[in-house]
Ligand binder design. Structure first.
Ligand code: GLP
Length: 263
């Protein structure tokens, strides 16, 4: 894993957006988008790159990680609507290129399989942006998810329901089920780019990077990913034990890049 520690949320966003922009500029890219507050600074920077520096997403395809079951795409809290508000409606990615699972599909199992097979048909995701839940989940793969899981209907844990209740008027309105890309699905992406900010993510980040690979911390499966980049702020990095080595390794990578290497 590449561990990149930056001083502020804004700088986390700038670093992550640069990784995505490099891949988008190659043309015909497929990007994986995540909801939640963590990717917001990355989206802000991608929008700036689009508006001020001509970064175009016109030939990019996008897939989201997950969706709440029971919320129609135009529901204020659906992940379809959330991702449109956060980035898609502010860049030139055609709406027809945005692929999200439909949380009100009549046959949810078939809908999950459709999302999975559309990713495959698009040739896979080149770069997948990820946040991490306090309990180590990625997408909505809660602890105990198979490390080889595929896109499926899944149950949310009480801790995730509680964490996401802040977005709903009434805690009882938080959906209990979701459709999420599986860990095996996510692991097939070209670059896994995980961003995290704040003290509340420090335990999950330490468990993911320095703990064992275990379904108890689903994000730890990224230790098996050939190209995982973890971009965190100081607070989210605060429980990492091997910090000095990560800083050294990142400085060396930046030197190699400056000398003409690629990420
Ligand atoms: C949600 C999403 C995840 C997200 C996580 C953290 O439940 N399904 O994709 O990474 O929670 O959210 P936040 O970034 O708001 O802390």
């Amino acid at each position: 894993m590449h561990i990149v520690v930056r001083e502020s949320d804004e700088e986390v966003g700038r670093y992550a957006a640069d990784v995505i922009a490099q891949i988008v500029r190659r043309g015909g890219a497929t990007i994986g988008l995540a909801t939640g507050s963590s990717p917001m600074s990355t989206y802000a920077e991608l929008i700036r790159l689009h508006k001020e520096e001509g970064l175009s997403f016109a030939d990019t395809q996008a897939f989201t990680l997950d969706e709440y079951v029971g919320l129609a795409p135009d529901h204020e809290q659906s992940y379809h609507k959330t991702i449109r508000d956060a980035i898609v409606d502010h860049i030139d990615l055609p709406l027809s290129h945005l692929n999200t699972p439909n949380g009100v599909a009549e046959n949810l199992v078939a809908e999950a399989e459709r999302h999975e097979s559309n990713i495959r048909k698009a040739g896979g995701v080149d770069v997948q942006l990820l946040g991490i839940g306090n309990n180590g989940h990625i997408g909505f793969n809660e602890p105990s998810s198979s490390l080889a899981s595929r896109t499926r209907v899944e149950s949310l844990t009480q801790s995730t329901i509680d964490a996401n209740a802040r977005f709903f008027e009434n805690p009882d309105d938080v959906p209990r089920l979701c459709i999420t890309q599986g860990l095996g699905t996510i692991m097939e992406c070209g670059v896994a780019l995980l961003v995290a900010q704040g003290e509340s993510k420090a335990d999950a980040i330490a468990a993911m990077v320095e703990g064992p690979v275990t379904a108890s911390c689903p994000a730890s499966v990224l230790q098996f990913h050939p190209h995982a980049i973890v971009v965190v702020d100081e607070a989210a990095a605060s429980k990492l034990k091997d910090r000095a080595y990560y800083d050294l390794a990142q400085a060396n990578r930046e030197r190699l890049i400056a000398n003409g290497g690629t990420l």
